[in-house]
Design a protein around this ligand. Sequence first.
Ligand SMILES: *Cc1c(COP(=O)(O)O)cnc(C)c1O
Length: 365
Amino acid sequence: MNQSNKRAYNFNAGPSALPLEVLEKAQQELVNFQESGMSIMEMSHRSATFEKVHNEAIFRLRKLFAIPNDYEILFLQGGASLQFTMIPMNFLKNGKTASYIMTGVWSEKAYKEAKLFGEPVQIASTKENQYRNIPTFDEIDVDTDDAYVHVTSNNTIYGTQWTEFPNTGEVPLIADMSSDIMSKPVDISKFDMIYAGAQKNLGPSGVTVVIARKDFLAKANSEIPTILKYSTHAESNSLYNTPPTFGIYMLGEVLKWIEEKGGLTAIAQQNEEKAKLIYDVIDNSNGFYTGHASKESRSLMNITFRVADEELEQQFLSEAKEAGFIGLNGHRSVGGCRASAYNSVPLETCKALSDFMIAFKTKHQ
Ligand SMILES: *Cc1c(COP(=O)(O)O)cnc(C)c1O
């Protein structure tokens, strides 16, 4: 616990830490938003006050992430998990193929949904290597007939991350960026669609950001339910039905915070520094700590590691908990330890963990 403001050392994987400044601003404005006499949660999503908040969030997202004008920005609900279904529902046809590059549990879930609509093909997978790495480009062979290629840019559970993306030529590239969206600048023009649940890098749960090329959206299947068509949301500026208004407000505030921090180049630099603090301890521990991911595929967002033996690992986790570190248990499907150091996790929090890891090793090796 950081005694000065009672904030935990929060390494939760998602929902995860939000900037203290944003939480305090939201608290200040909570009961009387901009002299309206009510909270942002209590007003119409058609009101001029909310629409301004909504449009500013879209505007800031476009500016900060350098999203070209021929891309739609949508705020949807249902999490990234609904995107696993909406993508094949909209873009895959019975009998048609789409390529899935398998780098973890989230890719597996996306692939499974696509099977309901067409013929997804696993064109590359690192499952045999316990998803320790991202495939190399020469392992990836895209079929030009594919409706799209799907990748998971950051693998939240295994702690791996793409640094460069394959060139898929004419075949649209779609990325699930749930756990590293806006953690660094990305060349948006490489993608036809990017999607992400907000709750890791951008805000609270309840909002899903979708960024998609307009001419790609125009190719969607039409015989599907209205609410599950991207075009429905694109045509109504994501106000077809009641959006998650508070979540969109918070997202907008997080984007302002990113802007104040100096934008994505500054954020990326800080993320590198933060991850390095922890990876350096792992690498200099003579095997006391071992990373799960291969070095060349390491994620700057989710740092996965093991402690020398099972018993010591349990002790590490319980001593860390006592010392005020939250969320260091690995995902229930893989075990071990995981520190999620998303955008809003302060450098000091990572420094505190790196100091704790060094002290624990000195005490127990
Ligand atoms: C968390 C996560 C998801 C699931 O997101 P929901 O919003 O809970 O549906 C999907 N993909 C990745 C990469 C994630 O990290």
